[in-house]
Design a protein around this ligand. Sequence first.
Ligand SMILES: Cc1cc2nc3c(=O)[nH]c(=O)nc-3n(C[C@H](O)[C@H](O)[C@H](O)COP(=O)(O)OP(=O)(O)OC[C@H]3O[C@@H](n4cnc5c(N)ncnc54)[C@H](O)[C@@H]3O)c2cc1C
Length: 248
Amino acid sequence: MAAQFSTAVVERKYVWAPGLFTLAIRAPEVKPFEPGQFLQLALLLDGEQIKRPYSVASPHGDVIEFFIVMVENGRLTPHLWKLEAGDKVEVYNRAAGGFTLKHCPDAKCLWLLATGTGIAPYIAMLRTEAPWQRYEKIVFVHGVRQGSDLAYQSELSEFRQRYDNRLSYVPVVSREDVPGTLKGRITHCLRNGGIENLCGTNLTPDTACVMMCGNPDMLDETEALLNDRGLKRHKTKEPGHIVVERYW
Ligand SMILES: Cc1cc2nc3c(=O)[nH]c(=O)nc-3n(C[C@H](O)[C@H](O)[C@H](O)COP(=O)(O)OP(=O)(O)OC[C@H]3O[C@@H](n4cnc5c(N)ncnc54)[C@H](O)[C@@H]3O)c2cc1C
């Protein structure tokens, strides 16, 4: 079948906080993809097809999940936010993107850094055996503005139990004090050692593979900070430590 859009049906919608939601769609036409890849979702609005890329938050299957935030005045997301079970949405049947474990170097510890909905590709990966077989330890750092944006916590805690505490979950909240979380931005909590203290692991070039996804400011600032520590972008021909996905 040629690459094209097909019609998918919303199977369920889960609202984490106002405007922050998981959309599970039945999309049997989507070809198999690697966890971490993205698909285009589209709606016909005023006669025009508006499409945007979204990381798939689940491994391949007939029903696939997306973790989406509504952007005020955005073209597409205010309409995706209104979708309910049974509604239709267009989905491209071929995934794309190289933000996958195949494109990551081997290491002792896999660091998964994300802001906001940037955790979507990690949820897809952690639901498969691949990262657990390949990395001894996994540190999942989620930077958000409000505590209510800390989605997928119970699933992460199940992973922790299932895999003998090999997962460290580090929530970082910038705009309010939330017990059990670090206060500030990811870069701030890396600089002051808060993240490493909480997970009991040092982020060093000889032990770390770092995936980063989400807000471009976080990506740029974190990469600069990691460069200072001797970590560099991973390339097939020039092995390094850092693999990045930019959302905008
Ligand atoms: C590879 C890739 C994967 C992506 N995966 C996801 C995903 O899993 N979940 C998701 O919510 N978005 C994801 N995005 C962003 C998504 O494609 C859209 O840009 C976003 O949903 C806004 O669309 P819109 O038409 O409503 O806004 P537009 O009218 O296109 O406005 C775009 C502006 O919205 C802001 N914005 C875009 N994405 C976000 C975001 N996630 N959080 C906060 N502000 C944002 C930026 O300021 C951007 O300039 C991804 C982008 C890329 C490139």
